[in-house]
Design a binder for this molecule. Structure first.
Ligand code: NAD
Length: 373
């Protein structure tokens, strides 16, 4: 990138996006960017984030980064979806209006299904309802209006089966009986459901959260032991399962870990993907890439697009077990971090599907020529 000069096209090219849409409506205060990274596998799906970015450049970089991440997430999960995301620039506490979201909805509608939106940080179901007044291309909506509802229980289920896949790799069998599992953010939407699955399977729970009242219930229901903010990284256990913050695997925490497995739902766990993925591998800690193990929520909304069925969504989410096993096998075979192995699976799948589509176009043309002979 040229020094000190903000060049949107150079940025977009460096992330490899197909299309980026800038949405502006001065009267309604709308400034938004929709990033469509890659639609090889299907329509680009990803939530709309509302955030008070310090600059337009920061907003663009965020939407490019997040939408590219969605491409990889959908590809590894085996879904026929591409990667997309949108950002609305503004303060989500003070700048939300019906007009703003309806104007944004019209931009989504204008993309004719190439981009499908959903809730994200800073947006709510209420905002999605306004967007839905202008477009059908919205997912992750409440059960009452025909949607799939809160995805957290499905995300938690996917995380649970992902933990079992990792335990199988390290201990030679799937049993969680007596296994010590640390859950950070245990009182949250994903954390509390995950605790239930783990407890029912015989795991011993160590929990941490910033809200004591949320922890009390886990102590009563699951005999969990509470850890403070330091102990969550230093306690000797089998599994560390982050379900709160991003960036918690870093130069500071990696030397402290006394676990064999890190497998949790939190987004963007690695401070720096390549560096910290490699540091975990060198330390002998098996890391389940976050966007693979937490794909249950995306699988859930994908099912909503096809007419929601909870059984089918859970069955598909159970597939995270085999996906993680394949990633671990490639990681061992190629001697690379699991993060690198999962990117390889995603890229191979996109390459194969794009190759298959090329063949289809050729055959269609041949038929056309024959008919016109
Ligand atoms: P949530 O807000 O319901 O839960 C997060 C929990 O973490 C809360 O109980 C909160 O009190 C706690 N917390 C916040 N800061 C903390 C800190 N410094 N130390 C310890 N605990 C802290 O969110 P959620 O929906 O359960 O999501 C959890 C994580 O999983 C997030 O990173 C989210 O992006 C990711 N994720 C969630 C889903 C989903 O379906 N909900 C899907 C994919 C990824």
């Amino acid at each position: 990138m040229s020094e000190n000069k903000f060049s949107p096209f150079e940025l977009i090219e460096s992330f490899g996006h197909e299309q980026v849409v800038f949405c502006s409506n001065k009267e309604l205060g709308l400034k938004a960017i929709i990033g469509i990274h890659n639609t090889t596998l299907g329509p680009a799906l990803g939530g709309t984030r509302m955030w008070n970015y310090a600059s337009d450049e920061e907003a663009l970089i965020d939407v490019l980064r997040l939408s590219r991440g969605m491409t990889y997430k959908a590809a590894v999960a085996g879904l026929n979806l591409g990667g997309g995301k949108a950002v609305i620039i503004g303060d989500s506490r003070t700048q939300k209006t019906e007009g703003l979201f309806r104007a944004f909805g019209r931009y989504v509608e204008g993309l004719s299904g190439r981009y499908i939106t959903a809730e994200d940080v800073g947006t709510s179901i209420k905002d999605m309802e306004y967007i839905m007044m202008e477009t059908r291309h919205v997912t992750g909506i409440p059960i009452e209006v025909g949607g799939s509802g809160d995805p957290s229980p499905v995300t938690a289920y996917g995380t649970y089966v992902g933990i079992k896949a990792c335990v199988n790799e390290v201990y030679g069998n799937d049993s969680l009986k007596g296994k010590k599992v640390i859950i950070q953010g245990a009182g949250g939407n994903v954390g509390k459901h995950l605790c239930k699955y783990l407890h029912e399977d015989g795991a011993v729970l160590f929990v941490n959260d910033i809200y004591e009242d949320k922890l009390k219930k886990l102590v009563t229901d699951f005999k969990a032991k509470v850890l403070n903010d330091e102990e969550v990284y230093t306690t000797d256990a089998d599994v560390f399962s982050p379900a709160a913050l991003g960036g918690i695997i870093n130069d500071d925490t990696i030397p402290k870990f006394k676990v064999k497995i890190i497998a949790g739902a939190a987004n963007n766990q690695l401070g720096e993907e390549e560096k910290h993925g490699k540091m975990l591998k060198d330390k002998g800690i098996l890391y389940a890439p976050d966007y693979v193990i937490n794909a249950g929520g995306l699988i859930n909304v994908y099912n909503e697009l096809e007419g929601y069925n909870r059984e089918r969504a859970l069955k598909q989410t159970a597939g995270i077990y085999d996906i993680l096993k394949s990633i671990i096998n490639i990681s061992k075979k190629d001697n690379v971090p699991t993060e690198v192995a999962s990117r390889k699976i995603a890229e191979n799948r996109m390459e194969a599907v794009s190759q298959a589509k090329r063949i289809r176009i050729y055959r269609d043309k041949r038929l056309f020529n024959q008919r016109n002979m």
